[in-house]
Ligand binder design. Sequence first.
Ligand code: PLP
Length: 396
Amino acid sequence: MISNKMVDLVKGSSVIRAMFEEGKALAKKYGAENVYDFSLGNPNVAPPQAVEDAIVDIVRNEEPLKLHGYMSNAGYEDVRATVAESLNGRFGTSFNENNIIMTVGAASGLNVIFKTLLNPGDEVITFSPYFGEYKNYVSNYDGVLVEISPNTDDFQPGLSELKEKITAKTKCVLVNSPNNPTGVVYSEKTIKELAEILEDKQKEFGTSIYIVSDEPYRELVYGDVEVPYITKYYRNTIVGYSYSKSLSLPGERIGYLVIPTEIDDYSDVFAAASVATRILGYVNAPSLMQRVVAECINEKTDISYYDRNRNELYEGLKKLGFTCQKPEGAFYLFMKTPVPDDKEFVAAAKKYNILVVPGSSFGCAGYVRIAYCVAYETIVNSLPKFEELAKEYKLI
Ligand code: PLP
């Protein structure tokens, strides 16, 4: 008999994953070219050639027992130093290896930090819409996820509601920019206001409130949009990063946490996070991938590929009468559904072999998420199908 907690988790298992499986079944039935599967955020730009070169070079030339052996839970010191130097060069920070813990992607980074910080009943505030797994990551440690209602004007965080919802139990404010599912980048103005609110509330309650900044999409931004580096605006900031999207390596499970020396209780937090990687069972981030990302520290994905998809999809849907938030980052487009029931709309779209994810899976009903990390042809070929859908809802 499985645990009661898992019974509920299995029942509520990811809608996105279920759609992914459905997409595969539809592709078998109708042919992959006739299915427009926008359900999963799986990059479809191949990793840079430098990644393959680094893998081959490292495997051939490093001493095998050293390369494949155990290490400090936090990861190789020289890899952590390389990551720190790269951040310093890009953002004017002053990190070193003692501020970096290598992780098994963003998912493990978040679990490590919540394991480190949360007592049962502690609150983590996040802004809707948000990545659905946050609920699980917080409840893993008996924390409580507190949601701030979506600000559908521009999908910047709703800061007035935040002010009201911070309590003495608030341990973290979890932010994600560029955002999944909206593609919105939180502006510098937003970050400055957020920092001011949290400084005031820390004083009011005499507590430490940490911003946990989940940044797997940091590198995926379009045009000259800047993503503020939050440690520079708010002292108690911890950053979770991942190479899943920036180097197209989601299956390899590699990322890192930044734990600045300036945060409250830095030594305890860093030590506890290093223990957390071990006792959660990851032990340490994969050794080969640590070496690879250090060697590829200046490599980037081909953002122009996603940008072309973004423009084609956004302009195409707008012409058909759909209301969309133009994404500034990540590879998701958030579209208002012509009826309030987003699940009804998702079912209607499926009739045309279009697979999209209901906004309610992200805490924002009345919208759908369209992941445009697909082949350009999938977007072009889907637009006539979206047209039929638009006609069904009398948008044109
Ligand atoms: N956070 C957000 C907002 C995501 O969208 C994802 C993955 O899609 C993750 C975390 C998990 O990323 P990783 O594959 O690096 O664990």
